[in-house]
Design a protein around this ligand. Structure first.
Ligand code: A3P
Length: 323
């Protein structure tokens, strides 16, 4: 019902237009919607997801904070779920970006129509940055949450925004530099895309403790340390465990290799010269920078490290979560 959808979206746009806009992370402007910072173009779609996203129990929702490994988890979950349909040498991930393989939920709900999820193959994997408290209350599908040390998440975010600033800069050169200290202050205050970082993580952490069969909580650092055993865990959780035969044939290792940073980054499709169909503001290569654990040592001062660690301790340690 096109007219009904149009009305729904108009009301969301009206609501979101009343929220104040913060420009400090320009061009990633932010609005505070129900305690989380969201880009204004995505606020109406978040509202639509909240009220109208109705996945099937078989579907899988992968959730991340921006810059926490979304691309990697998209690739791994997609390759694992569809491993019987494709061979590694002729795999969609060799010619399609991970973002195209696993749709972004906020993107699907961004066209002034409520998408009909039931026509999609079952199970379908969706990706989102929505905080747990912003998901529909009745959500029944499995959720995989991947988080990353806030120090590395912040450094990765700063680089991305810096890159976006340079590529979107026109005559006004004064906006080009995203002051590192200022960005750090904002991030630690909880003002960052989809932040507060710690509240975002905690929502899923608590839910993974409450309903471990429905919410799998993963850490980027642990996955980097031992991707093979984490992929086994992921496959099991998604309801498609690797068989003895697959284990013997090295399928797990093959998928890990296919989805590795070094492999994906070198593919033509993930470089910028390939004319991506996605928003030009986020070219595929902006999702592949260094792919390392602990790159923060090259950017954060001692005080900054202490500050972020102290916030993590204060907000998360009591719940048994640390980085
Ligand atoms: P760095 O900026 O620290 O390199 P997201 O996908 O959520 O935007 O996260 C991007 C971060 O994940 C970037 O971190 C990027 O390099 C890293 N990344 C992308 N693909 C990866 C992969 N296949 N394996 C590990 N890290 C990856």
């Amino acid at each position: 019902d096109i007219e009904r959808d149009e009305q729904i979206y108009n009301s969301y746009e009206k609501l979101s237009s009343q929220l104040p806009i913060l420009d400090d992370w320009y061009p990633l402007t932010l609005q505070n919607y129900q305690s989380f910072w969201i880009h204004p173009s995505q606020v109406p779609s978040c509202m639509a997801v909240q009220s109208h996203f109705n996945p099937r129990p078989s579907d899988i929702l992968i959730v991340t904070n921006p810059k926490s490994g979304t691309t990697w988890l998209r690739a791994l979950s997609y390759a694992t779920l569809h491993r019987h349909s494709f061979s590694i040498s002729d795999h969609p991930l060799l010619t399609t970006t991970p973002e195209q393989c696993v749709p972004f939920l906020e993107g699907l709900f961004n066209y002034h129509t409520i998408p009909n999820i039931s026509v999609l193959p079952s199970p379908t994997i969706f990706s989102t940055h929505l905080a747990f408290s912003l998901l529909p209350q009745s959500l029944d599908c499995r959720i995989v949450f991947l988080c990353r040390d806030p120090k590395d998440t912040f450094v990765s975010l700063w680089h991305l925004v810096q890159r976006l600033r340079i590529s979107s800069s026109t005559e006004d050169k004064s906006i080009v530099e995203l002051d590192f200290n200022k960005a750090f202050q904002l991030f630690s205050q909880g003002i960052s895309p989809r932040g507060p970082f710690w509240d975002h993580v905690l929502g899923y952490w608590k839910e993974s403790k409450r309903r471990p069969e429905k919410v799998l909580f993963l850490k980027y650092e642990e996955m980097m340390e031992d991707p093979v055993s984490h992929l086994r865990k992921l496959a099991e959780f998604m309801g498609c465990p690797f068989s003895m035969e697959e284990e013997r044939d090295g399928v797990v290792e093959d998928i890990v290799k296919l989805c590795s940073f070094d492999n994906l980054r070198e593919l033509e499709v993930n470089k910028d010269n390939k004319g991506s169909v996605e928003s030009r503001r986020l070219p595929p290569s902006s999702f592949f920078r260094k792919g390392k654990v602990g790159d923060w040592v090259n950017y954060l001062s001692m005080e900054m490290v202490e500050k972020l660690d102290a916030i993590t301790k204060e907000k998360l340690h009591g719940f048994g979560l640390s980085f």
